[in-house]
Structures are given as C-alpha cells and as structure tokens.
Design a protein around this ligand. Structure first.
Ligand code: SF4
Length: 106
C-alpha cells in the first residue's frame, strides 16, 4: 500500500525505503472524501540500487536468503521458524523466570 501511495520504493532488502529509511510502520484507512495529494517518491534511496554501493543487507542477512539477485522466501521463512522454535525451547527449559512469554493475565 505504501508503495502504491508513492511513499517510497523497494530496496535491495525487499522493504519500502522512504526518505526516512525503511524502519517504519505504515497504516491505512478508507474515507469517503477526495483529498489533495502530492507527487509520489521517485528517488531511489537504496544505495545498492542507486549506485551499486552498500549491499550491507545482503552481507548481513543471517539466513543467507537475501542475495543480490533477490530473496529466497522459503529459506527466509524456514530460518525464522527454526530460530523461533529454538527461542521457545530455551524459554521452556529455562525455569520460572522464562515464563514471562506466557500471558500475564491468566
Ligand atoms: S543495499 Fe544498503 S541501502 Fe540498499 S537496502 Fe541494503 S542496506 Fe539498505
């Protein structure tokens, strides 16, 4: 949605990069009104896509799923699932202090 609204352009990291960076959150809502709008972003903020510099996201991708050619989504997903399982297993066997991840209301 953010891309369609012209807020940024996809970078090598597969995320929308705006002039403020890529560590943001977007929300949207639907209204029954016409509103003024400005021009969509056309500037490429990804340094690699802009001038082949940087590439830090590829070099530091912990799963190796992100490459200069694109992203291997199943490989990324598997890595996230594996690491999540490992974290939950450590919490499970770490004693009472680790139960913080359980709902505190119950
Ligand atoms: S190449 Fe650099 S600027 Fe582009 S998405 Fe990766 S880390 Fe960000």
């Amino acid at each position: 949605m953010a891309y369609i609204c012209g807020l940024g352009i996809f970078g090598l990291n597969q995320l929308i990069i705006t002039k403020s960076g890529c560590a943001g959150r977007f929300g949207s809502f639907v209204i029954d009104r016409e509103v003024d709008y400005d021009n969509p972003v056309t500037e490429q903020y990804c340094l690699y896509k802009n001038n082949k510099s940087c590439g830090v996201c590829v070099k530091t991708c912990p799963s190796g799923a992100l490459t200069f050619e694109g992203i291997d989504k199943p490989k990324c997903s598997k890595w996230i699932n594996d690491i999540t399982e490992n974290i939950l297993m450590v919490l499970e066997y770490s004693g009472p202090a680790a139960n913080a991840y359980h709902c505190l209301v119950q």
